[in-house]
Ligand binder design. Structure first.
Ligand SMILES: Nc1ncnc2c1ncn2[C@@H]1O[C@H](COP(=O)(O)OP(=O)(O)OP(=O)(O)O)[C@@H](O)[C@H]1O
Ligand SMILES: [Mg+2]
Length: 224
C-alpha cells in the first residue's frame, strides 16, 4: 500500500523547510511509523562539498532513518546554487515531471509516510512549464509551510497559503522556525495574525541542533 504524505514547502529559500521536514519525519519515526523522504531536486552541492555541511537529501534521509539511496530521495542533483530549472539547463538536461511523480511514488512504496520537501518557494520552476506547485498538486499531499517568525512573514505566508489552496491543496500547518525561546511582541503577533488571516493551524519549532536528531525535543507529537 502506498504511504500517506506531506509536502513541506516554504515562503522562500533558506526559511527552514529541511529543518521542518526533518523534524516531522523524526516525530513520525518516534511514533513507530516507517518514513520515506523525497526532494525533487537539490542544487548547490558544490557549496555543500566545500563547507562539509550535509545536503538536504542526506539530512532528510538521516532524520527519517531511511535506507533510501541519494537517487531515490532526490533524483535531480546539481552543483551550482541555482533554481532547479537552471541547474538542469546548465547540465544540458531538462527535469522530467513524469519521472518526478514516478520517483515520489516509488519512494512512498513500502513506507507509512512520505515526507516531501519542495525546492525554494512554492512557485519555483522545476521546468519553465512545471513549478514546485504543480508537483505538489499532482502528488496531492497536504502542505506544511515553513516560514520565518519575524517581520515580513505575514505577507509571504498568506501568499503561500493562497497559492496552495488555489490548486485545491489542504494546508495542514504553517510552522514558524526557528521560534525563539523568548518571542518578541512582533513574533507573537505574527503567529496570531497568520492563524486568523490564513485560517490555518500555526505551529512553532524551537532551535534544534541539526547534527543530532536524537537530541530533538518531542516536536509534532500530535502530527502535522
Ligand atoms: N528550528 C531550527 N533550528 C535550527 N536551525 C534552524 C531552524 N529553523 C531554521 N534554521 C536554520 O535556517 C537555515 C535554513 O534552514 P533550512 O536549510 O531548513 O532551509 P530550507 O528552506 O530548507 O532551505 P533551501 O531552500 O536551501 O532548501 C539553516 O541554517 C537552519 O539551520
Ligand atoms: Mg532545504
Amino acid at each position: 500500500m502506498s504511504a500517506t504524505g506531506l509536502f513541506v514547502t516554504g515562503t522562500g529559500t533558506e526559511v527552514g523547510k529541511t529543518v521542518v521536514a526533518a523534524a516531522v519525519a523524526r516525530a513520525a519515526v518516534a511514533a513507530g511509523r516507517r518514513v520515506a523522504v523525497f526532494k525533487p531536486a537539490v542544487s548547490g552541492l558544490d557549496d555543500y562539498a566545500r563547507s562539509g555541511e550535509e545536503p538536504d537529501h542526506e539530512v532528510l534521509r538521516r532524520a527519517a532513518g531511511s535506507a533510501q539511496a541519494a537517487d531515490e530521495v532526490a533524483p535531480y542533483r546539481y552543483g551550482p546554487p541555482v533554481s532547479p530549472h537552471l541547474g538542469a539547463e546548465l547540465t544540458g538536461e531538462e527535469i522530467d515531471p513524469a519521472a518526478l511523480r514516478d520517483a515520489a511514488a516509488r519512494a512512498a512504496d513500502g513506507a507509512d509516510l512520505l515526507v516531501c520537501e519542495g525546492v525554494g518557494g512554492f512557485l519555483v520552476p522545476l521546468t519553465l512549464g512545471y513549478l514546485v506547485r504543480d508537483l505538489a498538486r499532482d502528488l496531492g499531499y497536504p502542505l506544511v509551510i515553513a516560514a520565518a517568525p519575524g517581520l515580513g512573514t505575514i505577507n509571504h505566508t498568506l501568499l503561500t497559503i493562497e497559492a496552495g489552496r488555489a490548486v485545491g491543496l489542504e494546508v495542514a500547518a504553517v510552522v514558524l522556525t526557528p521560534w525563539p525561546a523568548e518571542p518578541s511582541d512582533v513574533e507573537r503577533s505574527n503567529r496570531e495574525a497568520i492563524e486568523r488571516l490564513g485560517d490555518a493551524r500555526v505551529e512553532v519549532l524551537p532551535e534544534l541542533d541539526l547534527t543530532r536528531p536524537e537530541s530533538w525535543p518531542a516536536v509534532f507529537k500530535n502530527g502535522v
